[in-house]
Design a protein. Structure first.
Length: 213
């Protein structure tokens, strides 16, 4: 099963993507996580990506597409995957579509987690991330057991640069201009399903599993 998660930054698609990956036994592929891992390891790719990410801008398509196609060509993606944060532009969607068509394959579902901008801004300021292991929390909705400390690895939790208020505004502008057109793209392909992302996490997941079967 090949699934794409769509939705504004902070809509909760990452959390849902991880839950889907676990239930359906497919890898969770997040381009944001791949970039952050590269930043942490000080790679050339990481240094390039960071310049854009810190400003709330998209990393250029050419670079992003290359890392994504490499990732989904790996053995563990053979039976499917959940893409979280990719595609984010029409050119990215077209490259993926062409690559899949060449393999006689296609995306099964594009799940749009719909949340209004006002809710997003409120949510993002409460997000906390562990830069060591990639776990994410929310001070109200998914608090760590001990404030400021990662449950999974014990490292310090931080407000990511790209979750800061000014950056969030930029990211929402970028989302509306560059990513929202994908909703029409996948509607035309007949694979779009929209769920109400303002509901509690488990209810959003129930709505998604009702669609995926
Ligand atoms: P995320 O964790 O998905 O919110 O991604 C964090 C940041 O990584 C984004 O704000 C972008 O700067 C960059 N990024 C992640 N995925 C993509 C993508 N598909 N295309 C371009 N930039 C991306």
């Amino acid at each position: 099963m090949k699934i794409i998660m769509l939705g504004a930054p902070g809509a909760g698609k990452g959390t849902q993507a991880k839950m889907i990956a676990e239930k359906y036994g497919v890898p969770h592929v997040s381009t944001g996580d791949i970039f952050r891992a590269n930043i942490k390891n000080g790679t050339q790719l990481g240094m390039e990506a960071k310049q854009y990410m810190d400003k709330g801008l998209l990393v250029p398509d050419e670079l992003t597409v290359r890392i994504l196609l490499d990732r989904v060509a790996q053995e563990d993606c053979k039976n499917g995957y959940v893409l979280d944060g990719f595609p984010r532009t029409i050119p990215q969607a077209e490259v993926l579509d062409n690559a899949l068509t060449e393999l006689g394959d296609k995306i099964d579902y594009a799940v749009n987690v719909d949340v209004p901008d006002e809710n997003i801004i409120r949510r993002m300021s409460g997000r906390r991330a562990c830069l060591s292991c990639g776990a994410t929390y929310h001070i109200e909705h998914i608090p760590p057991k001990k404030e400021g400390v990662c449950d999974a690895c014990g490292s310090e939790l931080v407000l990511r640069d790209d979750d800061k208020a000014e950056t969030v505004k930029n990211r929402l502008d970028v989302y509306h201009k560059q990513t929202q057109p994908l909703i029409d793209f996948y509607t035309e392909k007949g694979v779009l399903a929209t769920v109400d992302g303002t509901l509690p996490m488990d209810d959003v997941f129930a709505a998604i599993t009702a669609i995926l079967g």
